[in-house]
Ligand binder design. Structure first.
Ligand code: GZL
Length: 341
């Protein structure tokens, strides 16, 4: 698609002047990416990226993947906005991108609902939208061109099946198992899928009892708060299902401050999601039993989709990334050494 770089700068200048952002260097830096713009480069693909936030280690790795790929050297001009986990920020950002006539919008939607109007505006403006990581719930799936991410329901099923095997291997498959769940951001694709997937396995195990589920919003602080409430309320917790590693770090703090232990030698079986490096180290230290991987390196696939669209090729709608799980029965040293996140 013809580079709109010069138009973008002109519109940007008008936009910043009109909205008074020109005086505010912070605002100006928000819409004009860092680093020297190579004036002589004739052609950029202008990509507007609306990121959920910076709430977790997964998110940091996911953002790094975006910044590593969408560089001027690779022919892209990246406009990147962190929504601090607020949908209203993402809605405003997308409308700014439309005003700036970007070539593509990439959206990681904090929750699944509330996107029809703004996606219709992007469609009316002729700007393709690619969804990254989380997805949207819309009547008309033509409002977005493609989605790249994880099979979250499969991740939840994987966690449940791991627990079935572990309880059988430790002679506890007939025992009543009391479970609590730290859920991610309510209404996000990852929370919906992981909760549903684990529930599918729970329903097949009569001796399992889900005492409670509550959202820690994928953050360490909130995860600790919720775990403290669970420990207050439920004296006998056998399993904690924590829908991301940062809530897990908070849960570990709360469990230890309550004088209990977790992990393979602990009172509580701890199941986590994401498999970021810090969590695998905590697993090595004996605090986590199993971690279901959630691959944050989505930008290469997104760039491949954009390049195909640029070449006028058709693209598939759904693109799953490769991922696995890790537990203490594996050689964690070699896993940790090889990981880029
Ligand atoms: C999953 C992603 C989730 C991660 C969390 O793809 O949406 O959001 O599991 C992150 O760490 O906050």
């Amino acid at each position: 698609m013809k580079n709109r770089y010069r138009n973008v700068c002109m519109i940007l200048a008008i936009f910043l002047f009109v909205t008074g952002c020109a005086q505010n260097s912070h605002c100006a830096s928000e819409v004009v990416p860092d680093g020297e713009i190579e004036e002589e480069k004739e052609d950029y693909i202008v990509v507007g990226y609306s990121q959920v936030g910076s709430e977790s280690d997964y998110r940091i790795a996911n953002t790094k993947s975006v910044r590593d790929i969408f560089t001027q050297k690779n022919g892209y001009y990246l406009l990147f906005e962190d929504a601090q986990q607020k949908q209203e920020n993402q809605l405003k950002t997308i409308r700014d991108f439309i005003l700036q006539e970007v070539d593509y919008i990439v959206l990681d939607p904090v929750v699944e609902t509330g996107w029809e109007a703004v996606l219709q505006e992007a469609k009316d403006a002729g700007i393709p939208v690619i969804l990254s990581d989380r997805s949207v719930e819309v009547e008309d799936e033509n409002l977005y061109t493609a989605w790249v991410g994880s099979n979250f329901e499969e991740e939840g099923v994987c966690a449940g099946k791991w627990l079935e095997n572990y309880l059988a291997a430790t002679g506890r498959s007939q025992e009543e198992i009391q479970i609590v769940t730290l859920q991610g951001t309510l209404g996000s694709t990852s929370q919906i899928g992981r909760t549903k997937g684990f529930q599918n396995v729970l329903e097949k195990n009569q001796s399992w009892k889900m005492l409670d589920r509550s959202s820690g919003d994928f953050t360490q602080a909130k995860g600790k708060e919720v775990m403290e409430e669970f420990l207050e309320k439920y004296p006998e917790i056998d399993v904690v299902v924590s829908e991301n590693d940062n809530m897990t770090f908070g849960a570990i703090e709360a469990i230890k401050e309550a004088g209990k232990t977790c992990g393979p030698k602990g009172d509580i079986i701890l199941i986590s999601f994401d498999s970021v490096q810090a969590a695998l180290i905590a697993m090595k230290e004996g605090d986590i039993n199993v971690d279901i991987e959630c691959n944050p390196l989505l930008a290469p696939k997104i760039a491949e989709i954009i390049d195909k669209l640029e070449a006028g090729e058709k693209v598939e709608k759904i693109h799953y990334v490769e991922e696995s799980y890790y537990d203490t029965f594996m050689d964690l040293d070699s896993v940790i050494r090889k990981r880029s996140y």
